[in-house]
Design a protein around this ligand. Structure first.
Ligand SMILES: Nc1ncnc2c1ncn2[C@@H]1O[C@H](COP(=O)(O)OP(=O)(O)OP(=O)(O)O)[C@@H](O)[C@H]1O
Length: 609
């Protein structure tokens, strides 16, 4: 069939994937579909999924074809005949009422599984956003004790806690240092207090998408708990540990399924998930399915960060209000009473029911007005390119921008040698693996791209060479003392997950092992047992989500690329705790700040429509 031949020719880097065409070919060969226009749409839906889009909006097809493997995309154009007819879709296409590989929902085409994930996630979230009937007058003194009294100005942390404690679903979004952890710990205290008063001892679990994010969550929760004067019976019920979502759900080695699912739910009453922007649609669907009836879920994250690596932008879709978040009349009245505020400042006339489960933290306590990092992040978020450019000239000590000429590139390599010197010197001096790992975690070069001289692979080679020239490492063969690696594929059996970072170091017998931090203790693994991994002197911004580094360097490539978006720049900047250095060509920044990530999905419409 000619359409299949053309699709096959469009398989190339930047074009279709072999998998996309294979899907269309399968539908054809198994006799399920002889309609060339449907085969074309099947391949394109699969292609879009590979790019993180949950569905294929039919209106986007002409543009997609135009951009696809020129001139082949244009040659495929005559086979696109608009919205397919579900009544003649046979075994391949339906409106979801039958089990077919493709589902058409309004003007969006889905692979069946993803349509189901999206519907399940939407209905779960809408069901759990019903109010639980907490009495605001009884809540008020507890809120006052935990949050104090800010006066007439809304304390958004207090509002968030009051909003979420009255629902089975709570979503708290805020930028870096806006007090998400601080709020959650107080919220947990409120919740435990309520449950103890009812004679129940709630089971609470904390989780995050990656090992690194889980470790950071546990650390910040215990730091925040230490700063609060909580009754011992309340403090005892707040967990000290956080697990990865994979570990929580129970990975079954060799299987994509989990031990916990709708038929075998998790044993918990409340789950807090941090870094929720990293959770993709399939994972969110599996997580929600595994929650027991009646359990509460609190999602925490930053809606402005990059979307998940895999398909979907679940947190972004849930938090897709525009401007400032406002509540419906009843929720605004409840919050006003509980927090001692005027309900008019909380209310929005056209608020949707889902808004009542959401909270937005607006003040950064980490980055004050004197912080270049905080101001940069804000300018990027607002898409304010003029402000972004002006900030570099205002003399902030914590930010620096280097143009990406050859001198700038040399400065970058030199900075990396200096930055990584600390952990390598500790290693050479025989410091413990824990200390070496902690020192490595303070400095990180981030790249936007994977390949090419300005991508992770090129930079890893350059930095390795420069560190060797400086006598800090002796890279003999694949493994050498000091080689930092990042795990790139989950390995449930080894309990190592995508994003976990290890460093090769000798053990007491002088044999090289790869050491990972697990809850403050280093654990060693034979290099030969390592799951898929790569060197990590340079890391992609995507992989850096859920981590923060005292000193963060971000390199954007010399040439523009579609992945260079506002969200990528914002995520890179907000990984920095103390200093941020940008290495990027001047001309690129305007485009990057203007370019928003757009992920096709119907979730926002289902929640907010
Ligand atoms: N209401 C507040 N008043 C003063 N300081 C606060 C307040 N809330 C949080 N902080 C402080 O701000 C810092 C950041 O708070 P927290 O860790 O809770 O924020 P976060 O949003 O969880 O940060 P991250 O971006 O690391 O996830 C902490 O030092 C915390 O003690």
């Amino acid at each position: 069939m000619q359409v299949l031949q053309l699709l096959q020719q469009a398989v190339m880097p930047g074009g279709l994937r072999a998998l996309d065409v294979q899907f269309a070919r399968f539908l054809h060969q198994t006799g399920q579909c002889q309609d060339p226009s449907l085969l074309l749409l099947a391949a394109l839906t699969s292609f879009e999924l590979g790019r993180g889009n949950v569905c294929l909006p039919l209106a986007a097809v002409p543009d997609l074809l135009r951009s696809l493997a020129p001139p082949l995309g244009e040659q495929l154009r005559p086979w696109f005949s608009g919205t397919p007819d579900v009544t003649t879709g046979g075994e391949v296409l339906s409106g979801g009422e039958r089990l077919t590989p493709l589902v058409l929902d309004l003007d969006r085409l889905y692979l069946q599984r993803y349509w189901r994930f999206e519907c399940d996630v939407a209905s779960f979230l809408l069901q759990r956003s019903e109010p639980l009937g907490v009495d605001p007058a009884r809540l008020k003194p507890s809120l006052q004790r935990l949050f104090g009294d800010a006066g007439a100005q809304p304390d958004w942390q207090k509002v968030a806690a009051a909003a979420v404690v009255n629902r089975r679903l709570g979503v708290i979004s805020g930028g870096p240092g806006t007090g998400k952890t601080t709020t959650v710990i107080k919220l947990l205290a409120l919740y435990i207090e309520q449950q103890l008063a009812l004679g129940s001892r709630p089971r609470i679990r904390l989780a995050a998408p990656t090992g690194k994010a889980a470790a950071r969550m546990a650390e910040s929760i215990s730091a925040a708990r230490g700063g609060l004067d909580l009754a011992p019976e309340i403090a005892r019920l707040i967990p000290q540990e956080a697990s990865t979502l994979h570990r929580l759900l129970g990975v079954r080695p060799g299987s994509r399924g989990f031990r916990h699912h709708a038929g075998n739910p998790l044993h918990l009453d409340l789950l807090v998930v941090d870094e929720a922007s990293m959770v993709d649609l399939p994972m969110m669907a599996r997580l929600l399915a595994a929650l027991p009836q009646g359990a509460r879920l609190i999602l925490i994250g930053d809606r402005d960060q990059l979307a998940s690596v895999e398909a979907g932008s679940v947190l972004g879709d849930i938090c897709s209000w525009s401007g400032e978040l406002g509540y419906g009349q009843a929720q605004a009245d409840y919050l006003a009473q509980a927090c001692g505020l005027d309900s008019a400042v909380l209310q929005s006339p056209d608020a949707k029911p889902i808004a009542d489960s959401l909270a937005q933290l607006r003040t950064s306590y980490r980055f004050g007005a004197d912080s270049g990092i905080g101001r940069l992040a804000r300018a990027v978020n607002l898409g304010d390119e003029a402000q972004f450019q002006a900030l570099w000239r205002e003399g902030f000590a914590d930010i620096a921008w280097h143009s990406l000429d050859s001198a700038g590139f040399q400065v970058l390599i030199g900075r990396c040698v200096e930055g990584y010197r600390a952990y390598l010197q500790l290693l050479a001096a025989g410091a413990s693996a824990e200390r070496v790992l902690a020192a490595f975690g303070r400095f990180q070069l981030l790249c936007a791209l994977r390949n090419g001289p300005y991508g992770v692979t090129g930079l890893n080679e350059r930095i390795e060479q420069a560190l060797a020239n400086a006598g800090l490492i002796t890279p003999q063969g694949h493994w050498y003392a000091g080689r930092p690696v990042i795990v790139t594929r989950n390995d449930g059996a080894l309990e190592l997950f995508n994003g976990d970072i290890g460093i090769a170091m000798p053990n007491a017998e002088g044999e090289l092992r790869v050491w990972f931090d697990q809850g403050g203790t280093a654990r060693a693994l034979l290099p030969s047992r390592m799951p898929e991994h790569e060197t990590v002197y340079a890391m992609t911004v995507h992989k850096s989500q859920g981590s923060e580094f005292d000193q963060t360097l971000l390199l954007l490539p010399g040439e523009d690329a579609p992945v260079l978006t506002r969200e990528l720049l914002y995520t890179g900047i907000t990984r920095a705790r103390k200093t941020f250095e940008l290495y990027a060509p001047d001309y690129l920044l305007k485009r990057v700040i203007a370019r928003r990530t757009q992920r096709a999905s119907g979730l926002a419409g289902r929640l907010w429509g």
